[in-house]
Write a protein that binds this ligand. Structure first.
Ligand code: PIT
Length: 353
């Protein structure tokens, strides 16, 4: 922990990654059964919705501590087991850039996961804000924190498997501290056992996921490469007209820096991305080595500062478009979902007539 403290102090010199006291000490959480969470907590309005489900604001009655709670209603045993694994994984992690778990309950066919409250919104929403000065240095500061958290997870043999911009939140609207969320797809990794998965978001998925081949810590590193590419340019390297086209693009692992936003980006940053977006998993840069890469170590380098401090205005314009499009897609998907639900319930009504 001391190591992180010193590192953040170094970053602070130029980027104001403020050391924020955690709202509570690390807790090894086990799921409480036969206890109603409503006895201890007040559940307040919804905070946000994502692929992770719905998260509500809440308050611990005894301490007035504000928290976030993810509530999942389970119908099948599998849904319950998955959420239990998520809670178990979260409970084994203790890192400043990973959301902390506070408490967990299994009550009335619902699983409740109480977590640290993060109120800065999604990273991409923050960087497109008018007040935010987007520079290469700022991007490197965010990516460094992400890689530190992933390196920590990998050292504990945990892989996230759904690294994407929505799962990177900002601690506050002012500082530069980030928190990784959503461990719904996370797995414990055993190098002696082969693990294959068929989930995640196509745009950020690695070629081995698309090909249904062996996945591992290297899979998260690919996704970080994609996040970094999008953050620096506002363009998505593999996105196609639909998921099928995106998956085809990913499987070829072909991308290019021949776009206007990259004219302002340093060759060191491009080299960092190039070392991550490698189709062959064994050749891909590991988190430990990424932390030693010049782009992340020279955050405070004065000689490079001119390059790193240029405001990336074209990137910001493109990022705005990217975020707005994503919001639309999300809204369209939920409308489609509601329509489907309506159709289902109508047919159910007709059937029962
Ligand atoms: C917040 C605020 C917010 C969302 C979250 C937390 C979500 C956290 C989360 C979700 C997961 C998970 C871990 C954390 O596994 O808007 O404080 O599915």
């Amino acid at each position: 922990m001391l190591l992180y403290f010193t590192e953040y102090l170094i970053l602070r010199k130029s980027l104001h990654v403020k050391d924020v006291k955690p709202p509570f000490e690390y807790r090894n959480v086990t799921i409480k059964t036969d206890e109603n969470p409503a006895d201890k907590y007040n559940i307040l309005p919804e905070l946000g919705r994502g692929s992770f489900g719905t998260v509500f604001l809440c308050k611990e009655k005894a301490s007035d501590l504000e928290l976030a709670v993810k509530i999942v209603t389970y119908k099948k045993k599998k849904e319950k087991t998955m959420m239990e694994l998520e809670i178990d994984i979260l409970s084994s992690l203790n890192h400043p850039a990973i959301i902390s778990i506070y408490d967990a309950f299994d009550y009335g066919n619902k699983l409740y996961c109480f977590m640290e409250l993060v109120q800065g919104g999604e990273l991409f929403e923050r960087v497109i804000d008018e007040d935010f000065v987007l520079t290469e240095r700022a991007c490197a500061c965010f990516i460094r924190q992400i890689v530190e958290a992933i390196d920590y997870m990998h050292s504990k043999r945990i892989i996230h498997l759904d690294m994407k911009p929505e799962n990177v939140l900002c601690l506050s609207k002012q500082g530069n501290r980030i928190k990784i969320i959503d461990f719904g797809f996370a797995r414990r990794y055993d190098p002696h056992k082969q693990l294959q998965v068929m989930f995640g978001t196509a745009e950020f998925s690695a070629p081995e996921v698309v090909a249904f081949e062996e996945i591992g810590p290297w899979t998260d590193m690919w996704s970080i490469g994609v996040i970094c590419y999008v953050l620096l340019s506002g363009l998505s390297p593999f996105v196609g007209a639909d998921d099928f086209e995106t998956m085809t693009n990913v499987s070829f692992a072909k991308y290019s820096f021949d776009y206007a936003p990259f004219e302002e980006i340093s060759s060191t940053a491009k080299d960092f991305i190039e070392k991550l977006l490698i189709k062959e998993p064994t050749k891909r840069m590991k988190a430990k080595n990424a932390l030693k890469h010049e782009w992340l170590t020279q955050l405070d380098c004065i000689s490079e500062s001119s390059h790193k401090d240029i405001t990336l205005s074209l990137t910001k314009t493109k990022l705005k478009r990217y975020v707005i499009l994503r919001r639309w897609r999300k809204a369209a998907l939920s409308v489609m979902f509601i329509n489907k639900l309506n159709k289902l319930s109508n047919s159910h009504l007709l059937n029962s007539c």
